[in-house]
Design a protein around this ligand. Structure first.
Ligand SMILES: [Mg+2]
Length: 375
């Protein structure tokens, strides 16, 4: 079997969430699908990477990965990580389809038949709605009023629901402020404290880690085992969060999980800005991992995510079943993708609206006192 062509697909909402998928085609009629972070540069880079794997046997996943990684002379970065992720995921899909087995079977077989998931809630009202739907894990995002929102959510849902707090590591966040926030959150029994400082600041993250007593999570903006190894080897984090749309592929994520396992660090892949195909790819991997913790399932951010992939995952009481079909067990729905045309012209699919950008990155520090007050 030989790789013959790689195509990219975009879908989304002009002022909201956007998604970037690819299909890798072969000369035997089998194709695979994958997803990357929806950045224009990654879409271009997918076509660039395709140029070095056309004609290769898609079963030789490590060889294809190496050719794509080394094409840009190493130090390949997160944009290339995204492009490689989309293509490499599609190669696993091809292999699974060719052998008639799910990708999780190829990645080591399953540890479990269902995976625990969490989704996102930023207000106590939303938290209540999701808990009533069956979720028992919820993540609150952002710095503004974070302590109060966590306190209100805990009061609303009680102690049987795990609450996570993600500060999205804004570039203006000082290490000392991140420690102050972490100490406030200690009182609410949070499941983990995510990206309290910017990802460019691992030393700051290490200082936060030493100073607080809540589990620390990070890793969504890193690429490859090389990008994440400092967090693992220094045991800075308790939870590592590679993103299936930019870390560099399922093989890299599996290797990272092994590195983490040796340090008793748990694995909870990031999915805050990914679409449904990247989610399903990480689901297959998580099914195989001894140190899997919890799976992020994005809901309610864009109507098109429920239409552009089939079949759709079903979450029952905060657990999702591992797919049984060959390959990833899902496909892009072409008609639906065509009905949500969008160009990837923004730098980050989540920050295209000015008011959100301003509150996250420009003015948030102006109201420091409000971050830390739980009431
Ligand atoms: Mg995050």
């Amino acid at each position: 079997m030989k790789i013959t062509e790689v195509k990219t697909y975009t879908a989304g909402e002009p002022d909201g969430r956007k998604f970037l998928f690819c299909r890798v085609y072969t000369d035997e009629g089998i194709y695979g699908v994958g997803e990357a972070s929806a950045w224009a540069a990654i879409q271009t880079e997918i076509h660039n990477k395709a140029s070095v794997i056309i004609g290769e046997d898609p079963f030789n996943i490590e060889r294809c990965w190496s050719k794509m990684f080394l094409q840009t002379h190493g130090m390949a970065g997160v944009v290339t990580g995204g492009a490689i992720s989309a293509i490499e995921t599609a190669l696993w899909d091809i292999k699974g389809k060719a052998f008639g087995v799910p990708v999780w079977q190829l990645l080591g077989g399953r540890m479990r038949e269902t995976l625990r998931c969490y989704t996102h809630a930023d207000t106590p009202e939303k938290a209540r709605e999701l808990v009533d739907e069956g979720y028992n894990g919820l993540k609150m995002g952002g710095v503004e009023g974070a302590a109060k929102r966590v306190a209100d959510m805990r009061a609303e849902v009680g102690d049987d629901v795990d609450i996570m707090a993600d500060l999205h590591g804004p570039p203006w966040m000082t290490t000392r402020d991140a420690i102050s926030m972490g100490r406030v959150l200690e009182d609410y029994g949070i499941f983990f404290y995510e990206e309290p400082v910017a990802p460019e600041n691992p030393e700051g993250l290490a200082r936060v880690s030493d100073a607080i007593n809540v589990p620390l999570a990070a890793g969504e903006r890193l690429a490859y085992i090389y990008g994440a190894k400092e967090l693992i080897e220094r045991e800075i984090v308790d939870v590592i969060q590679p993103d299936a749309g930019r870390f560099g592929g399922l093989t890299q994520m599996k290797k990272l999980a092994g590195m983490a396992e040796a340090h008793y660090i748990q694995f909870a892949p990031h999915d805050g800005s990914l679409g449904p195909i990247g989610e399903i790819a990480s689901l297959h991997l998580c099914a195989t991992l001894p140190n899997f913790l919890i799976w992020e399932h994005r809901t309610g951010d864009a109507q098109c995510r429920y239409e552009i992939m089939a079949p759709q995952p079903e979450v029952v009481d905060s657990y999702i079943k591992i797919p049984e079909g060959p390959g990833l067990g899902i496909d892009i729905v072409d008609d639906a993708v065509e009905s949500y045309p969008v160009e990837l012209i923004s730098g980050h699919s989540g920050y295209t609206r000015d008011e959100r950008y301003d509150s996250q990155f420009v003015y948030a520090r102006d109201r420091r006192g409000r971050w830390l007050k739980p009431e």
